[in-house]
Ligand binder design. Structure first.
Ligand code: MSP
Length: 505
């Protein structure tokens, strides 16, 4: 079997509801995997992180067993990707039997190799973050995470430890030899500084509660359990032939707050298992609300399902990836969403389609004229490669910027060449050339924006009279002139009907 382009999202904490920050990672993963899939096999994974004391406490508060509690929450998380038209090949829950079996097999293997050993652990523990903090990091005796700041408790237990310290030199060498492994550069620098500061072994078991994967004398530390989802879901234990086609992952997408787990602890775990580190971990920025990271616990979160309902999945996908460079923080507001929806999507792209097909209907009965060369056609030639490279390098905003330049150029060409005048003066060749350029340009645009806005791109495709979906292998199979003469176009509804601001209350 050929190797697949394998993309993952973090597995989201199951307690609480999804918010637009979770949707952001899920959407970015889907855009990447859709672009990759146009050129070959691809595979994407998402899921839920369901163990740990926080979940056990929440279940107890709800008067439920932890299993019944997580089962009641899982469906909401499963709905997140489909609400944004994101297609995942698998959804893993850390309570899945396949995952639990794989984690236990990992533990046994690492005990056998000596990478996991038994010792005593004492330290300050934050239950909310499921993290031990050194005394020097505490702020007024509380958890130093600015979103948490809850009291910490002193824990002393007989624990199992992972020999993380033994991998420090290899990690430093790996970072230096593979700068693309940890992106963007700001996160790379921060992780390098952490590595240079030294690494302690990691406690990987807990004895103070029992909602987790059973180990001799306790349960597995929730982060050790959670990271393993990326290999338990892809057959590391049960299906080695399948696993071979998927591991190492091509891109693991995360938010920057969990970079240490994914770029330091995770590769060391993989190496201890004799596996390769992922090709790339990309830590994106935060969606802010009122200047702070949007999060459920701060009560400043947007409900992604309500937003998708109001603006449409594709407008939100577009907005999130156009609004800021991938890797930077940015803030979201309904006002900003409306502006992008109405201006970039409605006026620029939607009107280009509407105007072009209306003129084609009026001047040529809706039939595409014969192919012709044009200056804009030449610019498009480079655009296919540029956009593809940007997407595959997670420069989503740059991909959209480049695409929108061409949308602007096509709109300008209509204004400059004034097809209504060409028609009036019977300058048929020029009129045909312009109409062809517009239709062929729109065919290209449908292909280029398809990973970002699959439904709207398909609508453009159908209005152009084309069948199926615009998932063409590009840039290779994307050449100017591909739209056949006499294709009968099929103008339809406005792509992005205007959304007005609600009247002030
Ligand atoms: N369960 C862990 C991850 C384990 S992965 C082996 C976790 N879960 S989480 O529910 O807190 O989700 C974290 C991820 O959701 C972030 O890393 C990021 O991808 C996404 N986001 C959550 N809030 C976000 C923002 N405000 N902004 C951007 N992304 C956000 O950590």
């Amino acid at each position: 079997m050929p190797r697949a382009f394998y993309v993952t999202t973090p597995i989201y904490y199951i307690s609480g509801n999804p918010h637009i920050g979770h949707a952001y990672t899920t959407i970015a993963a889907d855009v990447l995997v859709r672009a990759a899939r146009a050129n070959g096999p691809a595979f994407s994974l998402t899921g839920t992180d369901e163990h740990g004391q926080k979940v056990a406490n929440a279940a107890a508060a709800a008067g439920m067993t932890p299993q019944a509690y997580v089962d009641s929450l899982a469906p909401r998380w499963r709905e997140l990707a489909p609400a944004f038209d994101a297609q995942f090949d698998d959804f893993i829950r850390t309570t899945d039997a396949r995952h639990i079996r794989a984690c236990q097999a990992v533990f046994e293997k690492l005990v056998a190799t000596g990478d996991v050993y038994q010792g005593t652990y004492e330290g300050w523990y934050c239950t909310n973050d499921e993290t031990f903090w050194p005394e020097s990091k505490l702020i007024d005796g509380r958890c130093p995470n600015p979103e948490c700041r809850r009291p910490v408790e002193w824990l002393a237990e007989e624990d199992w430890f992972f020999r993380l310290s033994a991998y420090r030199d290899r990690l430093i060498a790996y970072f230096k030899e593979n700068p693309e492994f940890c992106r963007p550069q700001s996160v790379y620098n921060e992780m390098m500084a952490t590595l240079e500061g030294g690494l302690d072994d990691l406690s990987i078991s807990r004895t103070s509660f029992d909602w987790g994967i059973p180990l001799p004398g306790g349960v597995m530390y929730v982060w050790f359990d959670a990271l393993l989802n990326y290999i338990s879901a892809t057959g590391w234990l049960d299906d080695p032939a399948r696993f071979e086609t998927l591991w190492p992952a091509s891109v693991q997408l995360i938010g920057k707050e969990i970079a240490r787990f994914h770029t330091i602890i995770w590769p060391a775990m993989l190496w201890a298992l004799g596996l390769e580190a992922p090709a790339r971990v990309f830590a994106h920025g935060w969606i802010l609300s009122d200047g702070q990271k949007m999060s459920k616990s701060l009560g400043n979160a947007f409900d992604p399902f309500a937003l998708a309902q109001t603006y449409g999945a594709d407008s939100i996908r577009y907005f999130l990836l156009r609004e800021a460079p991938f890797g930077s923080d940015f803030s979201v507001s309904e006002e900003k969403l409306r502006v992008r929806h109405n201006a970039d999507l409605g006026n620029d792209l939607g009107n280009l389609l509407r105007r072009s097909l209306a003129m084609l209907t009026k001047y040529r009965n809706g039939l595409v004229p014969p192919a012709s060369e044009s200056a804009i056609g030449e610019r498009f030639g480079e655009l296919g490669t540029t956009v593809y490279d940007h997407v595959m390098s997670l420069r989503f905003r740059e991909a959209l910027d480049a695409t929108w330049e061409l949308i602007a150029a096509l709109n300008r060409d209509i204004d400059d060449k004034k097809p209504w005048e060409l028609y009036k003066h019977e300058r048929t060749d020029e009129l045909d050339a312009l109409l062809y350029e517009l239709c062929e340009g729109l065919r290209w645009l449908a292909i280029l924006v398809h990973p970002f806005m699959p439904a709207k791109a398909t609508a453009i495709w159908h209005q152009l009279g084309l069948e199926g979906t615009p998932s063409v292998a590009w840039p290779e199979n994307l050449q100017w002139g591909g739209l056949a003469a006499n294709t009968q176009t099929n103008p339809g509804d406005a792509l992005f009907p205007r959304i007005e601001a609600p009247a002030p209350a």
